[in-house]
Unconditional design. Sequence first.
Length: 339
Amino acid sequence: MSIYNLTKEELVDYFLEIGLKKYHAEEMFRWLYEKKIKSLDQITNIKKEALEKMKEKFSLGEIQIVAVEREKEVNKYLFSLKDKEHVEAVLMRHDYGNSICISSQVGCNMGCKFCESGRRKKVRNLEVGEMVEQVLQVEEDIKTRISHVVIMGIGEPFDNFDNLLKFIQIINDPKGLQIGSRHITVSTCGIVPKILEFSKFPYPVNLAISLHAPNDLLRSQLMPINKVYPLKELMKALKEYSKNSSRRLTFEYILLKDINDTKECAEELSKLIRGMNAYVNLIPYNQTEAIEFKRSEPFQIMKFYDILKKNKIQVTIRKEFGTTISAACGQLRSKKEDV
Ligand code: SAH
C-alpha cells in the first residue's frame, strides 16, 4: 500500500499498533513531505525493526509521469498508475504562486456533454496517495513549491468523497504539504447530499460549482446530474452551505457558442444567484475534436460579462492556459488512450 494514502491520524494508529510513539507519526510526515524522501531507508530516527515492518507494508510512490507538455506558464502531466490506467494534472504559474489542477478519478460517470473526461466511464476512484503524489511529483519536476491546489482535473471529486477529505487533510497538514485551506479548491458538478456533508467538513477550503446553465431545461441537456439534483435543490443546498461557512462560492460557467451565451441566459443567471455570497467565473470553452460544441466569440463573452456586471453580480473571466497544449480536461489522456 502507498504510504501517501495515510493521514497523520491514521499513521498514528498504525505506529501505536507496531509499538512506536505518536510523535513518530509527526516525524514520519516530515520525512515524507518536507524532506521528500525516496526510500524508507533514508529515515534515520526510527528503530530498524519498525522500519523493516513498515517496508513490508508500505511503498513510496506508485504513479509515474509518462508525458509532459510544456509551455511558458503551464505544464501538463500525464501519469501512469500501477494498473496502467492514466490520469493527468496541469500546473499553472500565476503571479501569486504555482497552482496545480489534479485528477480525482480514472474517467468520470457524470457524462457532461461538453467534457472530454466524461466520454469514458469511470474506471475507478483514485486512492488518496495517487492524488497526493500528483502534487509531490509535479513539485519535484518544477523544483519549486506548489502553493495552490484545485481538484478540477479528471473525475468528480464528490464521487470519491472519503478519499477527497483525506487528501485535503494531508496536503493541508502543518507537517504535510502545508497548503492553506484557502488555497485549496474543490469543484463539483453539484451532487447535493455531498455538498451538505461537505459544509460540515472543518477545513475552510473553497467550493466551486460547475453551473454552466441558468435553467433546468438547458442544464439537464448539458449535465445529466441536473436530472437527479435540479437547480432548485442545488441552490437550496448551496444556501445551506453558505449559512454553515463564511466562504464565498464560485460558479463556473463555460460559455458555449449559441447554447448558453445569450443575453437571456445572462439575465437568468443574474437572477438565479442574486444575493448569494458568490461570484461567477466565465470560462472560454476549450474545444476538442470529438465534441461539437464551439467556444463563444470574444465579443459575446464580453457582452455576457457586462450584463452580469450591470446586474451587480461579481464576475471574472478565466485566464486562459493551455489552449495549444491539450490542457482541457481529459484531452491528454484521450490522446494517449485513443478513446
Ligand atoms: N467534476 C468536477 C471537476 C472536474 S471538471 C466538476 O464538474 O466541477 C472541472 C471543470 O472543467 C468543470 O467546470 C467542467 O465543467 C470544466 N470543463 C470540462 N470540459 C471543459 C472544456 N472542454 N473547456 C473548459 N472547461 C471544461
